[in-house]
Design a protein. Structure first.
Ligand code: NAG
Ligand code: NAG
Ligand code: NAG
Ligand code: NAG
Ligand code: NAG
Length: 384
């Protein structure tokens, strides 16, 4: 019975295998999760949260349940309490055992180790470095119109220049390039990065300003400040608008500010707040930023004002609307027509009178006698 023999042989072989492999756990089986991305040390901004993973590849034939990963903080086996800021989880992914160590709101640096329980000489180690980082800026809130410049310093502590890959600045999520059309200036110093916006615009520069440190070890650390401002209002179109009687009027008001304005309204040239209750031709859209008036008339001409307000005040912008007669556009055309008509008439009359004169002259000079003769003949014929 060779098949039974073979089966027994294999069972024995795998049993030996399990015993052997459990004993033969090697250091290269133990790795930091996403090792290619993160190097040592692992930088975290003070107050931020982070998660770091440790992965154990269990040898062929063994079960992941044969192992347990444990963590050491400053060389002491770590025990997560219930309501602490730390959490440890463990999961199996095929024949890997993965343990993740999380901390909420880090306040100081420490050494972190991961090892399979019972293997005191088999561990991997990482330095967790808590760095302080903070943005400060020169303006007292809120940012007002025509401020000379906005000056930010992003100071950091606990990381050396050697470990900094790049420091980036963002305004409302947009990465700042010094060669942008606007006047931006970024300068890097030993313990801070300075960012200056010359002649800041509320419409572009108020809001969230972020300083981001990218480390050579693969970490990204950032701090954010919200620059509050007065509201700002401007028109998308030119300073004035020309319309013809009966046209619809559409005005778009570009509103900005930090916090974003919550109240937007319009005043007519007669200083009346515009809405559909006051005038059924009026409609408002985009939280009142777009004003529409159907069937515009002479009385609607004048200066329109758009107002916006937030917690820091109110701001307005005006635009002049001119309304022309419906036939106004026709008058020049009619004028040209009349001109052409008169010109043609003059030419025609002149031509006619010239022809008449020419004919008269010919008659006088040459055909005078003939005509008289023929007339005479006709007369004679009629007589006869
Ligand atoms: C490792 O990378 C994977 C995929 O990018 C991601 O889902 C996982 O959260 C990362 N783990 C850690 C601890 O960063
Ligand atoms: C930023 O630092 C520079 C140099 O120390 C200083 O002149 C400037 O006033 C600082 N700006 C702010 C907003 O703190
Ligand atoms: C600024 O960030 C806060 C959250 O930090 C967010 O609620 C807000 O919408 C952001 N503002 C802008 C203008 O992006
Ligand atoms: C829009 O305008 C109307 C009428 O002026 C006003 O009652 C309402 O509060 C405005 N809404 C907003 C979002 O400003
Ligand atoms: C509009 O704003 C200007 C200042 O920009 C202010 O002088 C004026 O009084 C405001 N108009 C109204 C109607 O509030």
């Amino acid at each position: 019975m060779p098949s039974v023999n073979f089966a027994i042989f294999f069972i024995v072989l795998s049993a030996i295998d399990v015993v052997l492999s459990k004993a033969e756990l090697k250091l290269e089986d133990l790795q930091w999760e996403n090792k290619s991305k993160y190097k040592n040390p692992f930088y975290v901004k003070k107050g931020d949260s982070f998660t770091i993973g440790c992965s154990l590849r269990t040898p062929f034939g063994s079960s992941v349940t044969d192992y347990l990963l444990e963590w050491l903080v400053n060389n002491r086996v770590f025990q997560a309490d219930y309501d602490s800021d730390f959490e440890v989880t463990q999961k199996k992914v095929s024949n890997n055992l993965i343990s993740e160590f999380s901390q909420r709101g880090i306040s100081e640096s420490y050494n972190l180790k991961c090892r399979p329980r019972g293997y005191s000489n088999l561990e991997i180690s990482k330095q967790i470095d808590a760095i302080s980082m903070k943005i400060e800026y020169n303006v007292d809130d809120p940012l007002r119109h025509n401020e000379k410049n906005l000056d930010f310093n992003c100071t950091f502590n606990g990381i050396t220049d050697d470990d900094i890959e790049e420091i980036l600045w963002y305004v409302n999520g947009k990465k700042i390039e010094e060669k942008d059309g606007r006047i931006y200036k970024i300068s890097k110093h030993e313990t801070y990065s300075q960012f200056i916006i010359k002649h800041p615009k509320i419409s572009e520069d108020a809001g969230n300003v972020t300083c981001q440190i990218q480390t050579k070890t693969g970490n990204t650390l950032s701090d954010i400040v919200t620059v509050s401002s007065e509201p700002h209002v401007e028109f998308e179109e030119e300073r004035s608008k020309n319309l013809v009687q009966g046209d619809p009027l559409t005005l778009k008001c570009k509103v900005s500010g930090s916090p974003a304005p919550t109240r937007i309204y319009w005043k007519s040239p007669k200083e009346q707040i515009l809405n559909s209750d006051v005038d059924s031709r009026v409609s408002l859209k985009d939280s009142n930023a777009t004003l529409k008036i159907k069937d515009i008339d002479f009385e609607d001409k004048g200066t329109y004002t758009c107002f916006a307000s937030n917690s820091h005040g109110e701001y307005n912008a005006t635009i002049t609307v001119r309304v022309k007669d419906k036939l106004a556009a026709l008058w020049p055309f009619l004028g040209i027509c009349a001109e052409v008509f008169i010109l043609c008439s003059i030419i025609l009359i002149y031509e006619r009178s010239r022809k008449k004169k020419d004919t008269e002259n010919t008659v006088d000079d040459e055909a005078g006698d003939k005509l008289t003769n023929s007339n005479d003949n006709q007369v004679r014929q009629r007589r006869s």
